[in-house]
Design a protein around this ligand. Sequence first.
Ligand SMILES: *[C@@H]1O[C@H](CO)[C@@H](O)[C@H](O)[C@H]1NC(C)=O
Ligand SMILES: *[C@@H]1O[C@H](CO)[C@@H](O)[C@H](O)[C@H]1NC(C)=O
Ligand SMILES: *[C@@H]1O[C@H](CO)[C@@H](O)[C@H](O)[C@H]1NC(C)=O
Ligand SMILES: *[C@H]1O[C@H](CO)[C@@H](O)[C@H](O)[C@H]1NC(C)=O
Length: 405
Amino acid sequence: MKMKLFHGTYIIHIIVSIFAIFSSILVTTYYPDSGIGRSLRSFVKSSPRNLTVSFSMKIPKKEDLKANPRDADRFLQENFYRESCPRAVKIVRNSMRRMYHAKSSIAPSLVRLVFHDCFIGGCDASVLLDSDKSFLSEKEAAPNLSLKGFDVIDSIKSELEEVCPGVVSCADIIVLAARESVELTGGPSYFLKTGRRDSMVAFKEAAGRELPAPTANLSTILSSFASRGFTPRETVALLGAHSIGITHCNFFQERLYNFSGTGKADPELNPRFLQDLKTKCPFAASTSSASPYAADSSTRSLHASNSQDMVNSNVDKVVDLSFDNEGGNDGFGVRYYKGLLHKKGVMFSDSQLMAKEETEKWVRQYASDKHRFRKDFSMAMTKLSNNQILTGNVGQVRIKCSKIH
Ligand SMILES: *[C@@H]1O[C@H](CO)[C@@H](O)[C@H](O)[C@H]1NC(C)=O
Ligand SMILES: *[C@@H]1O[C@H](CO)[C@@H](O)[C@H](O)[C@H]1NC(C)=O
Ligand SMILES: *[C@@H]1O[C@H](CO)[C@@H](O)[C@H](O)[C@H]1NC(C)=O
Ligand SMILES: *[C@H]1O[C@H](CO)[C@@H](O)[C@H](O)[C@H]1NC(C)=O
C-alpha cells in the first residue's frame, strides 16, 4: 500500500515536472524577476517525497505579478487578517455600502483619499494624521476638503476596533474602502492584498505639492506618475477616476475666460461644452485674480472630486464630473475618455491626455473598449494601493487613525 502510493507519487512527479520545465521557460521569459521560474526549477530537481510541499507552494496569479511591485508582493498577504480578524474585509465592505447609500458623495472622496495617501509617501495612512501647526495650512486650504473621507475611515475603524481591537491598520482600511467606492460607483472590483502598516509620521511639508496640479501639462503629469513607477498607459487608466466626483470651478476658470492670459477661452475646449461650463462657473474676478493654481489648489488636484456638500458652499462653485452619472454606472471611466475625445476635458490636465500620441492612443482605446479599461484600471489601482507600503515590524497599527501611539 505504502509502496503503491509512493509509486503513484513518483509518476505524478514526472508528469508535473515535464509541465514545470515548460512553465519555467515561459515564466522566466515573461517574469524574469518573479521567482516562480526558480521555484519551478527547484521542483523539478526535488524528490517525489517533496511533492506535497511543492504543491502547497502558492503560485501567484498573472495579474498580481504585473500589478504588484516586488516588495508588496512579498510582504502583503492575500488575506492578512484571516486569523486575527476574519471579518475585516467584510466589515469594510458593509460599512461602505451603508454609508454610500446614505450619502453617495463619500465614494469619490475615498478614491481621492487613497490617491493622496498612496501617491505621497506611500500607502501608510499618513494622510489621516491630525494636523499640527505646520500641517494646518493644508487642511485650511479648502473648506474641509478631505474631511468627509476622514470621517468615513474613522467610522469603519471604530467598527473594526470593536470586533478586533488594534488589528486592522488604517492604511489597509483606506485601500479597501477605496476599492468599495470604485465598485459602488460602477467601476471594477480589483485584487488587493492586506497587511499594510501605518506610518509614525505625517508628511507635514504639505503632501499635496507633489500631486500634479489641474493646470499641469502632459510632461509634468507623466513624469510625476513615472517617478512612482506608472507607465503612460497606467497613468491614463488611473485618470479614468475623474469620471466621478466633482471639481471646483477655480481649477479651470482660466480655461473659460483667460487662457494663458489671452483674454479668451482655451481653443481646445469644445464650444458647446465651454458654454455649459461658463453657465456653471460664471466669471468670478475674486477667484481668478487670487492665483487659483497656487499651492493650495494643487493639494486638491488630481482626484479633485469630493463632497457634494461643497455645492452649498459659497466659497466656490463646482462641476459634477460624472455629469449626472452619464451612462449610468456603466459609464465609469468610459464617459471620461469619450469626453476627452470630444474636447470635453474639464481640467487642463485632463485635456492634456490628448496632446500626444503616447497617451491619446490609450484614451481612444479606453473610450471604445470598456473591458480593456476596467482591466487596466484594476491593475493600476492594485499597483497604486501597493505603493511604498510599510509591513512587518515597521510602523504601527494605529488605534485611532488620526493619531500615532
Ligand atoms: C526535500 O525536502 C526536504 C525536507 O523538507 C529537504 O531537506 C530537501 O532539501 C528537499 N529536497 C529537494 C531536492 O528540494
Ligand atoms: C510643462 O510644465 C513644466 C512646469 O510648469 C514646464 O517646465 C515645461 O516646460 C512644460 N512643458 C511643455 C512641453 O510645455
Ligand atoms: C488675463 O490674464 C492676463 C495675464 O495674467 C492679465 O494681465 C489680464 O488682466 C487678464 N484678463 C482678465 C480679463 O482677467
Ligand atoms: C469643517 O469646517 C467647519 C467650518 O470651518 C467646521 O465647523 C467643522 O468643524 C469642520 N469639520 C471637521 C470635521 O473638522
